[in-house]
Design a protein around this ligand. Structure first.
Ligand code: AMP
Length: 634
């Protein structure tokens, strides 16, 4: 398999020529920027000493844009113009957004931007790409200031930006577009788990398989990476897009409410402001309990009543036990998908602030029977890895060529006759990947071919997701099955797909870069995979039936054309017998029985044997007519 070399061998810079590059963790809740200074990866801080930039963008009444802590502070006062967690909307249409009615933004499904959604703000319609670009611009400005770009100490050559491993084409493309809009040169997109592994220097380790367990504020992702000769390969990914540290806060919040109700059974439901206050207190208590045995939660509600409760670490562990267990289900699935046992795992890397909780660490340790790697800050580890990768990509690294590989989450293929899917790149293929396959025409004289690109595990196009469609025109007219069309699928290192079709004799070519108008959620990918496992038997049957029908159609069409041209070579009775078989086959092609259809094909083949021989003789004598025996090479 072709591997992409992504550093620039032999182009390592001399120390005085250090080229400036940054790594950006564009997170759902928080974003960070890091760089490598004096061979050390470091996260860059803003002028107030903050490393984390809340991923919140506010469009102000005076047309300015505020990003980060200041925007976050105003979120509840101006929700429609203060966009948080925009990452969830990248490359998505409205129908992809679950519970959009509960999100305080005014969504607009825009026809003219390829069905991608937009948000109505006081500054006009904004796409998630534009909103993300604001976050990236802020990080870029922070980096330029910190690295001295503004004062002429060098030029920022580019950035590595991280994305979740399960991000599809549309989401990756949207991320790249946002970076470009922010004026950043994207050196490459890098999967978040891969970045975490790089931060831990696992790329320098001996060979092995590693698990990256990422529990953030709202999402859980688990990835399994395999390292071979300095090359990372993502073996499997899984997760839960609705599980994170916030759920732990919520358990504490419910516990506080129960406590209040214990003392006052007529306690009225809380208003929005009190709910927010209690959730903040719950979050603080959760974080406090990471290093302490108990947390005192004290606050006054808007009706004047005082809350004063104490939560022990033990109680907290009991309250959240189910949540911790819940993370192990996707973990087991990923292990199963990658076909691994616990003994195969060489190390476990923790990512995401919520992995600081001791019960989470303990559960991981118990499951994997080894202590996870925790010496890097779990909030910063992805940005640090991205910075190390960026540094290598601009040629500052002399020690090794850094190769990072990812996988395709779903199979990619195209539609063939009968609505069947021919898989070209199987699921879990290592990126970058290119595969070609030859196809041919179905009809005599066919001069065009419609190529539909699909994604999914099922056998029928109708059960997969259509990504794109394009046409190859100008195929020279030939007999059915004679043309050779080579279709090449290529997925680049960023996970973007391009498909080309080339007619081999004339060299005419058509090509499409797939930017699907909307993406799939992780849950949808899981659903598509699950439904393919559950439907394997039914799919096999459907495929056999479709193939039988295609064969029947092809032979009916070929024999009908032959009878039209050469019907005079056989007797009227012979011709009638063949026509009767054609009719019979046409009728049984309508049934759902592949075996009977195949039998009909055999019968028609049998009935045309004498006719085929007569045609062969006729064409030989046509070829020989007018030539003497000596001129024929026998
Ligand atoms: P991230 O999305 O990776 O920034 O993770 C944010 C989540 O980590 C939030 O739910 C935080 O409350 C949680 N978190 C941050 N610090 C701690 C801590 N010391 N103990 C427990 N959870 C924490």
């Amino acid at each position: 398999m072709a591997l992409l070399q992504i550093s620039e061998p032999g182009q390592s810079a001399a120390p005085h020529q250090h080229k400036l590059a940054i790594g950006i963790d564009l997170g759902t809740t928080n974003s960070l920027v890091a760089t490598v200074k004096s061979s050390m990866a470091t996260v860059l801080q803003d002028e107030h000493g903050h490393a984390l930039l809340p991923s919140v963008v506010r469009y102000m009444p005076d047309n300015s844009v505020v990003v980060g802590h200041e925007a976050q502070a105003q979120q509840s006062h101006d929700p429609a113009n203060t966009i948080a967690s925009v990452k969830r909307f990248m490359g998505r249409s409205l129908k992809d957004i679950a519970n959009s009615a509960h999100i305080p933004y005014r969504f607009v499904d825009s026809a003219d931007s390829g069905k991608l959604l937009q948000l109505q703000t006081r500054a006009g319609l904004k796409t998630p790409v534009e909103i993300s670009a604001e976050i990236l611009k802020t990080l870029k400005a922070r980096a330029e200031k910190s690295l001295g770009v503004e004062s002429g100490r060098g030029e920022l050559l580019g950035a590595v930006i991280t994305v979740p491993a399960y991000f599809d084409d549309a989401q990756r493309q949207a991320t790249k577009d946002a970076a470009r809009l922010a004026g950043l040169n994207v050196l490459r997109l890098l999967n978040e788990p891969t970045a975490a592994a790089v931060a831990y220097g696992l790329d320098n380790a001996a060979e092995g398989t590693f698990v990256i367990y990422d529990l953030g504020g709202g999402t859980f992702d688990v990835s399994i990476l395999k390292l071979t000769k300095g090359v990372f390969e993502v073996l499997a990914t899984n997760g839960d897009s609705a599980l994170g540290g916030d759920d732990f806060d919520h358990r504490i919040y419910c516990w506080i409410l129960d406590k209040i109700r214990e003392g006052d059974s007529h306690f009225a439901p809380l208003g929005e402001q009190d709910t927010r206050l209690l959730l903040t207190k719950a979050r603080q208590a959760k974080e406090w309990l990471t290093d302490n045995h108990e947390a005192q939660i004290v606050c006054r509600l808007s009706n004047g009543s005082l809350i004063d409760v104490t939560l022990s670490a033990q109680q907290f562990v009991a309250l959240t036990q189910q949540l911790v267990i819940k993370t192990l289900t996707p973990t087991r699935k990923a292990m199963r998908d990658a076909n691994l046992t616990l003994e195969d795992i060489k190390g476990v890397v923790l990512v995401g602030g919520a992995t600081r909780m001791p019960q989470v660490k303990q559960a991981i340790e118990d499951y994997f029977k080894q202590t996870p790697l925790t010496n890097l800050d779990p909030d910063k580890v992805v940005a640090l890895g991205a910075a190390i990768q960026a540094n290598a990509l601009v040629g500052n690294r002399s020690d090794s060529d850094l190769l990072l590989l990812d996988i395709t989450p779903l199979s990619l293929g195209l539609e063939t006759m009968g609505g069947l899917v021919e898989k070209i790149i199987p699921r879990n293929s290592t990126l970058p990947v290119a595969r070609a396959q030859d196809f041919t025409t179905y009809k005599d004289g066919q001069t065009a071919m419609s190529i539909q690109v699909v994604q999914g595990e099922r056998e029928l196009v109708a059960d997969c997701r259509s990504l794109a469609q394009f046409e190859l025109r100008g195929i020279p007219a030939m007999a059915a099955g004679a043309a050779r069309i080579r279709v090449t699928f290529q997925v680049d290192a960023d996970g973007l797909l391009s498909v080309s079709a080339r007619e081999q004799t004339t060299g005419i070519e058509a090509h499409v870069v797939v930017k699907p108008s909307y993406g799939l959620t992780e849950d949808e990918i899981t659903h598509m995979l699950k439904s393919s496992f559950g439907s394997a038997e039914a799919d096999k049957k459907a495929r056999m039936l479709a193939e039988a029908r295609v064969n029947a159609g092809a032979i009916i069409s070929a024999v009908t054309i032959a009878l039209r041209h050469d019907g005079n070579l056989i007797t009227a009775e012979e011709k009638q017998a063949i026509e009767a078989e054609i009719e019979a086959l046409q009728a049984i092609s309508e049934t759902d029985n592949a075996v009977v259809i195949n039998q009909g094909v055999d019968k028609l083949n049998h009935a045309t044997e004498a006719f085929a021989a007569a045609r062969m003789n006729a064409s030989v004598s046509r070829a020989l007519s007018g030539k003497n025996l000596d001129s024929i090479n026998l």
